[in-house]
Design a protein around this ligand. Structure first.
Ligand SMILES: *Cc1c(COP(=O)(O)O)cnc(C)c1O
Length: 386
């Protein structure tokens, strides 16, 4: 039989999260790999989903999502960031929003500028769209990750169509600054690029830092699609509710793809997330404060082990340099950590095109319960003594 996978998807492997979560199950290791929270979202939101099901909200929602959720999203964006949108479309998680946007907006051969390392679904979605990625590397400099403006300029060729920005950034924990966003906005306008922003960690930013949506910068609202996820904001990743907001013509294009990806789904969860956005943002602030403390606890544990830990301004991930623990390759460290140390982490090179540079990075998630996090830290401390 000929190779069943089409040439479009041949470069796409099994997602690393499936692999590492299976390794955690097999070895009984503590899973600090995949970034899903151990405790569920606000009780009022969980109850709202149950009563929506009991109350009969079990058939297809409208293609764009339940009106009450779309209204709650509009109000939240206005309250938090002063944003107003031509259109808002609810999706099956941020993942579907990103897929729909890339499939709908890219011609085969169009180039998409994306900061590396990048979330692994981007690579697969760009492949599905037939688009070509143009990575610009985020490098650790002093106390933060940043990029070289000349490298960004050079990545934008006449074939560039779109710039894909993730801030707060997974896996580096970087939050893009106003200055960096100003440059990105300027280049998008100069080269007539559409910006797509993945803001799924917009509320999980630490140390008093602020999230700045790229679409709020002058000249950007009309050329930006803004993507969020209720899964990350309310710790309900299994519900897969996300949304994309932007000017009507851009959302209309994404809708064409979305209607034949899933059409629509998750009706009772739309109702519940509407409750979350209108009543439970205080819960989200407490989640953020709690995560900041967990970040510090994990960082202390990793530093005690002798690891050099990169800064984390947002998201729920910390990265270390595998070389600081005597490993040239993060895959070898993750293998030893799982089998000998009883802790699963993610070799972050899977988020790189430039795996040579990516080899040193290992990512840990700290969105875990006290029991899991403390057990993980205690196992890490005995890993050193082997
Ligand atoms: C989790 C995550 C997503 C996917 O969000 P869902 O709502 O679960 O589909 C997208 N981008 C980044 C950077 C993520 O970490």
């Amino acid at each position: 039989m000929r190779e069943p996978t089409s040439s479009k998807l041949r470069s796409v492997g099994t997602t690393i999260f499936t692999e590492m979560t299976a390794l955690a199950r097999r070895t009984g290791a503590v899973n600090l790999g995949q970034g899903f929270p151990d405790s569920d979202g606000p009780p009022a939101v969980l109850a709202a989903a149950q009563s929506a099901i009991a109350g009969g909200l079990n058939q297809y929602p409208p293609l764009d999502g339940l009106p009450e959720l779309r209204e709650a999203i509009a109000k939240t964006r206005l309250d938090h960031y002063g944003q107003q949108f031509g259109d808002i479309m609810v999706t099956a998680g941020a993942t579907e929003a990103i897929a729909a946007v890339l499939i709908a907006l890219c011609e085969p051969g169009d180039e998409v500028v994306v900061f590396e390392p990048y979330y692994d679904s981007y690579l697969a979605n760009l492949a599905m769209a037939g688009a070509v990625r143009r990575p610009v590397q985020l490098r650790s400099e002093g106390s933060r990750f940043t990029f070289d403006p000349a490298e960004l300029r050079a990545a934008i060729t006449p074939k560039a169509r779109l710039l894909l920005l993730n801030s707060p950034h997974n896996p580096t924990g970087k939050v893009f600054t106003r200055e960096e966003l100003d440059l990105i906005a300027q280049l998008c306008q100069e080269h007539d690029l559409i910006a797509v922003t993945d803001e799924v960690y917009e509320h999980l930013i630490y140390d008093g830092k602020q999230h700045i949506p790229l679409a709020t910068l002058p000249g950007m609202a009309e050329r930006t699609l803004t993507i969020s996820s209720a899964g990350k904001t309310f710790s309900v990743t299994g519900w897969k509710v996300g949304w994309v907001c932007g000017p009507s013509p851009l959302v209309a294009a994404a809708r064409k793809a979305k209607q034949f990806l899933t059409f629509a789904g998750g009706t009772p969860f739309h109702a519940a997330i509407a409750v979350g956005l209108t009543q439970e943002m205080g819960w989200v602030t407490r989640l953020r404060d709690d995560l900041q403390e967990r970040r510090d606890r994990l960082r202390d544990g990793l530093e005690t082990l002798g690891a050099s830990v990169y800064p984390c301004e947002g998201t729920y991930f910390l990265q270390i340099d595998a070389r600081s623990l005597g490993y040239a390759d993060g895959i070898d460290l993750c293998q030893d950590l799982a089998v000998k140390g009883g802790v699963v982490a993610i070799p972050a090179q899977v988020f790189f095109d430039d795996t040579e540079t990516g080899r040193r990075f290992v990512r840990f998630a700290f969105c875990k319960s006290d029991g899991v996090l403390n057990e993980g830290i205690s196992r890490l401390s005995s890993f050193r003594s082997r």
